[in-house]
Design a protein around this ligand. Structure first.
Ligand code: AQP
Length: 339
C-alpha cells in the first residue's frame, strides 16, 4: 500500500529486443489503464534480461527502447514510476536475501526454467535458475499488493507469495510477522495472449529469430500489411462458431488479435466474416492494426528525437523508486540481523 492509500502495482518488461503486439496487448495497454487507480511502478528489468546473453550495445539501446515504448503507449511519468531495475541496487540486494529464503525444491518446479533451459540445463546461467527469486525481490521490495501477470508468470508469482510467507514466518519473532503483504495477481483475459504469426501454438516473442512472426511497435504500415498478408492460416473459410476454432490455432490467434484491438467479442467478428475468405478479414485486420499502432509509432519517433527527456524521466523514476524502497530494505536487513 502506498502513502496515499492507493494499492501498489509492480510490473516490468525485459529489454531483450523490439517490443511487439504481444507486449502491448498482454501488458503495456493494461499498465496504462491501471495508473489512475493504483500507485504503479513500471520497471525495465535489465537484470532479468542478462540471465541470457545480451550484446552490451544492444542491451543499452533496448533499455531506452522499452522506456520509449512505455511513454509512447501512454504511461504517464507524473502518475507512474518508470525506472530501470539496475538503477536501484536494492533489487539485487534483496534477491540475494531471497536466494537464502527460497528453496531449491521450489525453483526445481518452475516450468519456465525447464522450457527456457531445455536440454541445455547444465550450460545455462545460474541467474536463469534463480530468476524467480529476483522477480520476488522486485515485487516485495516495494511491498506491492498487485502484480499484472500473464499465464506464463503465474507460477513465479506463486513463488513470490511463498517467499513472502516464509520470510514472515521465519522472522515472526524478530519483527517479521506480517511484514510482507502477500501479493495478488491481476489476470487479464486469455485473448490478450498473442501468438506467433507463423505458429499459433507458440507465443509471439521478441527473441524469436524471424521478425515475420511478430508485429513490432515500430513496424511501418507497409510492413504490417505484408506481415498480416503472410500470416499463416489454413485452407478452410472463416467459421461461424467459436467451438470450430479449437483445432485452428493460427485462425484463432488472428481473431483474438482483432477482438483485442477492436474490443469486440469474437462472436461479433465471426458474424461479420464467417464463410468469407481470409483476404477480406486480413485487409481489415491490417487497417485496424495500422489505426491503433501508427499513433504509437509517431510518439516513438518524437521521443527518439529527444533522448534528454527520456533520460530525465528515467533519472526521476530511479529517485522515486529508491525513495519508495529505501525504508523497506533497511527494515528487512534489520529484521534479519544485518544491521
Ligand atoms: N505473446 C504475448 N502475448 C501476451 N503477452 C505477452 N507478453 C510477452 N509476450 C506476450 C507480456 O509482456 C510482458 C513483458 O514480457 P517480457 O519482455 O518481460 O518477457 P517475455 O514474456 O519473455 O516476453 P518475450 O517477448 O517473449 O521476450 P523474450 O523473447 O525475451 O522472452 C509480460 O507481462 C508478458 O506476459
Amino acid at each position: 500500500m502506498s502513502s496515499n492509500n492507493k494499492k501498489r502495482v509492480f510490473s516490468g518488461v525485459q529489454p531483450t529486443g523490439s517490443l511487439h503486439l504481444g507486449n502491448y496487448l498482454g501488458a503495456i495497454k493494461n499498465f496504462v489503464n491501471l495508473q489512475n487507480d493504483f500507485d504503479c511502478l513500471y520497471c525495465i528489468v535489465d537484470l532479468h534480461a542478462i540471465t541470457v546473453w545480451q550484446n552490451p550495445e544492444d542491451l543499452r539501446a533496448n533499455i531506452l527502447d522499452v522506456a520509449s515504448a512505455y511513454l509512447a503507449c501512454g504511461i504517464d511519468p507524473t502518475k507512474s514510476t518508470i525506472f530501470v531495475q539496475s538503477a536501484v541496487p536494492y533489487h539485487a540486494e534483496l534477491s540475494w536475501i531471497f536466494n537464502c529464503i527460497s528453496r531449491v525444491g521450489w525453483l526445481n518446479r518452475m516450468t519456465q526454467f525447464k522450457e527456457k533451459a531445455g536440454k541445455n540445463k547444465e550450460k545455462v546461467s545460474s541467474g536463469l535458475y534463480t530468476y524467480p527469486n529476483l522477480m520476488a525481490a522486485d515485487i516485495l521490495l516495494y511491498l506491492a499488493d498487485l502484480v499484472p501477470v500473464g499465464d506464463d508468470q503465474k507460477q513465479h508469482l506463486e513463488l513470490t507469495r511463498d517467499i513472502a510467507q516464509k520470510f514472515n514466518n521465519d522472522y515472526s519473532k524478530f519483527g517479521g510477522k506480517d511484514f510482507f503483504p502477500i501479493p495478488e495477481p491481476l489476470i487479464f483475459e486469455e485473448s490478450s495472449r498473442v501468438m506467433s504469426l507463423r505458429d499459433g501454438t507458440k507465443k509471439m516473442s521478441k527473441s524469436e529469430t524471424s521478425s515475420m512472426t511478430r508485429i513490432e511497435l515500430r513496424d511501418e504500415n507497409d510492413l504490417i500489411i505484408k506481415k498480416i498478408s503472410k500470416a499463416k492460416t489454413d485452407p478452410f473459410p472463416i467459421p461461424e462458431s467459436i467451438g470450430e476454432l479449437d483445432n485452428r490455432p493460427e485462425v484463432k490467434n488472428l481473431l483474438n488479435i482483432f477482438s483485442s484491438l477492436s474490443e469486440e467479442p469474437i462472436l461479433n467478428i465471426l458474424n461479420n466474416y464467417s464463410g468469407k475468405q481470409f483476404s477480406d478479414f486480413k485487409n481489415d485486420l491490417s487497417d485496424l492494426l495500422i489505426n491503433r499502432l501508427s499513433p504509437i509509432r509517431q510518439e516513438l519517433i518524437k521521443i527518439d528525437n529527444d533522448e534528454s527527456f527520456l533520460r530525465e524521466v528515467l533519472n526521476d523514476g530511479a529517485i522515486k523508486a529508491k525513495k519508495k524502497s529505501e525504508k523497506n530494505i533497511k527494515e528487512i536487513k534489520k529484521i534479519i540481523g544485518l544491521g
